[in-house]
Design a protein around this ligand. Structure first.
Ligand code: SF4
Length: 102
């Protein structure tokens, strides 16, 4: 019933399966789901998340996804806490996509 998405060894998003898949709020989840082949136009290069996941012994300062995140800014130099941004929707992100989340 519930889905957890992990990045660099930590849960970064949690919520009902359909909510997380259809309207993910964490930029990593969005990138991950956006790279699924069936969600990409046929004949076009697959969308990818740029860069690589960091090794656990060399995490960047603040949010571990910061070097790869299109929404990163100076606020992301602080480690984000897991926050319930709306009922049942949890994300560890300073700038979650809440605009179309339900
Ligand atoms: S905290 Fe910042 S860097 Fe990390 S996922 Fe959210 S917006 Fe991106």
């Amino acid at each position: 019933d519930e889905l957890c998405v992990m990045y660099a060894g930590r849960i970064v998003e949690r919520g009902a399966v359909d909510d997380v898949i259809e309207t993910s709020v964490h930029p990593y989840t969005r990138g991950l789901i956006g790279s699924v082949p069936s969600r990409n136009p046929r004949g076009q290069p697959l969308r990818q998340i740029p860069g690589m996941a960091p090794p656990p012994f060399a995490l960047p300062q603040g949010c571990p996804f910061r070097p790869r995140c299109p929404r990163a800014d100076d606020a992301c130099l602080a480690v984000p806490e897991m926050v319930e941004h709306m009922p049942g929707r949890f994300a560890r992100c300073q700038h979650p996509h809440l605009e179309d989340a339900a």
